[in-house]
Design a protein around this ligand. Structure first.
Ligand SMILES: Cc1cc2nc3c(=O)[nH]c(=O)nc-3n(C[C@H](O)[C@H](O)[C@H](O)COP(=O)(O)OP(=O)(O)OC[C@H]3O[C@@H](n4cnc5c(N)ncnc54)[C@H](O)[C@@H]3O)c2cc1C
Length: 349
């Protein structure tokens, strides 16, 4: 029986970032990933997706992403980079391996997967959020006869030609998908607040400079507040949508009815389809047997579980490190995570 020092669950950018720092240690580690090829959640996103982070802020630790053809990389360019990153560092990865359960047995972690059982002294969970899409609940939602699709299942607009479509959610996903769908369908956009677009002259770079400053300043914002981290970045499709005037947004409706939605003033409006661009929650089902998951969270100090101190969680969002759910931000939390793992094994970093 092999007992690994560390098993990383999830081979997306967060898992690879941890692996990058682990490979420089003497620890024996392995990555388990349920996909059949590199790319993590990026494999299952819509075709025309453009990253909102410019090339130099779409790079993982140790190796800069090659310059993209446009200001913002395409999904395919980022997938190519992740594939090359994995090859460059020859990370040990077992693919097509779904981790079903993590349990404790005889002081070790017993990791039961769809392939076999693995044993480890420490575990890093880096399973992301894509397998747990979030859809807010509205009255009579299940009575709506039209199509309901989360952005994670949206691929392209071809099935929506000539339809009337409601896009819900005021982030980058909502704005990019709305731009594409509005070329072939009649659309309406629902956002909680009036959407904020980042000015064209302040590009996505600013977000990441700001994210980095916030991190370095320990979250004290001692610089000019020009934009918010949640502002929509003007990638090509968004610029083009703005020119066409597709971004008039309205506030949420009251409820669904069979053919559409009922607005706050009681008026009904029919739609063929609703696209939920309403984000994700951490995917932590494999950790349930450890009894440490509450409300989709694990109590952590930085990335380390308080109740299970040989378990670390990387890449899930601000609760696992500032900007840790971004390509640029995850490197910092991966590095500190590996330092803590090395300290546990009493190895110098
Ligand atoms: C539409 C969209 C656009 C985004 N654009 C940007 C951007 O431009 N710039 C930026 O910095 N960030 C962006 N993000 C945010 C973030 O960078 C991505 O969400 C990123 O994929 C998160 O990486 P991750 O490694 O944490 O998770 P994932 O990429 O989801 O990787 C987790 C891996 O673990 C696997 N896995 C899950 N459960 C199990 C299990 N039980 N057993 C085995 N394997 C498992 C998954 O299949 C996956 O391969 C975007 C996010 C979305 C949704």
């Amino acid at each position: 029986m092999i007992i690994y020092d560390t098993i990383i669950i999830g081979g997306g950018q967060a898992g690879l970032s941890v692996a990058y720092f682990l490979r420089r240690s003497s620890l024996e580690y392995l990555i388990l990933d349920n996909q059949d090829k590199p790319g993590g959640a990026w494999l299952n996103t819509w075709g025309s997706l453009q990253l909102f982070s410019p090339t130099q802020y779409s790079s993982l630790s140790g190796w800069q992403m090659p310059k993209s053809k446009e200001d913002y990389p395409t999904k395919q360019e980022f997938l190519d980079y992740l594939t090359a990153y994995e090859e460059r560092y020859s990370f040990p990865i077992k693919r097509n391996t779904v981790v079903l359960r993590v349990e404790k047995e005889n002081g070790l972690f017993k990791i039961t997967s769809s392939k076999s059982v693995y044993w480890a002294k420490t575990v890093v969970s880096a399973t992301g959020t894509a397998q747990n899409p979030y859809i807010p609940s509205y009255p009579n939602q299940n009575k709506f006869n039209g199509l309901q699709l989360h952005s994670v299942d949206y691929r392209d607009s071809k099935d929506l030609i000539g339809k009337k479509v409601l896009v819900i959610g005021g982030g980058n996903s909502g704005a990019q998908i709305l731009s594409e769908v509005s070329k072939v369908a009649e659309t309406k956009w629902v956002t909680l607040e009036p959407p904020q677009f980042m000015p064209e002259d302040i590009d996505g770079r600013y977000l990441f400079i700001k994210a980095n400053s916030s991190y370095l300043d320990n979250n004290t914002h001692n610089f000019e507040e020009k934009v918010s981290l949640s502002d929509i970045v003007q990638v090509e499709s968004v610029k083009e949508g703005l020119k066409r005037g597709v971004y008039d947004a309205v506030r949420p409706f009251h409820a669904f009815y069979e053919n559409g939605v009922i607005w706050q003033n009681g008026e009904k409006e029919a739609f063929h389809a609703v696209i939920w661009c309403t984000g994700f929650r951490p995917y932590l089902e494999h950790l349930y047997p450890l009894n440490i998951v509450e409300n989709n969270r694990v109590i952590t100090k930085n990335t380390r579980s308080i109740k299970e101190p040989r378990l670390w969680l990387v890449g899930y969002g601000s609760w696992t490190g500032f900007a840790s759910a971004t390509i640029y931000g995850v490197g910092k939390t991966a590095r500190t995570t590996v330092r803590e793992i090395q300290a546990y094994f009493k190895i110098d970093s």
